[in-house]
Write a protein that binds this ligand. Sequence first.
Ligand code: PLP
Length: 375
Amino acid sequence: MPDLIPVANPGAQFRIHADEIRKAINSVLDGGYYILGPQVRAFEGEFASFCGARFCIGVASGTDALVLALLTAGIGYGDEVITVSHTAVATVAAIEQVGAVPVFADIDAVSRCMNPEAITSLISSRTKAIIPVHIFGQPADMPAIMALAAMHKLFVIEDCAQAHGAEIDGKRVGTFGHAATFSFYPTKNLGAIGDGGAVVTNSPEFADTCQALREYGWRERYISSICGLNSRLDEIQAAILRVKLPHLAAGNARRRHIAAAYRQALDESRIVPPSHIDGTLHAMHLFVVKCEEREDLARHLAGHGISTGRHYPLAVHQQPAYSGRIRGAESLPVTERLYERLLSLPLFPELTDTEIERVCTALKSWTGTRSQRII
Ligand SMILES: *Cc1c(COP(=O)(O)O)cnc(C)c1O
């Protein structure tokens, strides 16, 4: 049996850049500055310009980035925030962490992102913000969401944790909303070797407040001008991210190349690949297919030494901690239909051509239980 192909492989990416990463870590160790120092400042500038945004604030994780963006926008106890149930639990956990109330909008069956048409009926007098998620790397319909937000005076935070470098009409995600958040969890398109995150914005006032909030509300050392918290990015992670950032665009292109190979292998198959949406550039964080017989497909691929994932085993409103208490959850037919059928295939830039071919061959040889019955 050949080696098992994993769904993601952050270790493979480390090995490619190992020398440069070790050098970067050593220079931080020798430099003696370990938290919010020159590496973080340099990374913030480089990542802001990668996104095409004016400001970037490095923080401790993608979840914290959401918490800080909400706090900076003045969203707190009792305020309602419309988001999706088809996301990492982090999105919803962050909303509840600031005392706000999540409300779920259904997704669009094609993009699998927030359906702008599902938003209006959920808006109440308490609604303050919308958090669309660019799930799996597919940009949400930001022009439509921003138009609705303007009409109802709502604050928009893009959750870009899975979409570093994705675009709408040639413009990178993270620059459409009033603010955007990123995660640098090791398996993300831009991954640290530990936790990390960032808030991105074009507003100088928002950036100033957010920067103060990430460190006890300090604008001046040891003087809390507002009540903040501690969520800092450390120098070692920033130095590692600075090694990897110049390779992000090429890594995303490689992800799209692999996705194109899978898509071709699935031509005329009963396995449905993610749809291409005109005008958008997919970051291909995950390649998630839809299949009526996903358990059988997962078993078939496992038999060929290919791992598969479930992103996620449950939608947020189906998780024990959230079920039965989130407004909007009673009517998410598109989300629920999708969840029974999703399966993630291996996708990371370091997959070799031989491994890609192995996945394609295995996909083509799957017949499913129904056709076997016919035979
Ligand atoms: C990973 C992720 C987060 C959370 O990021 P962490 O760095 O793990 O805290 C938030 N939202 C989405 C959509 C994610 O995929």
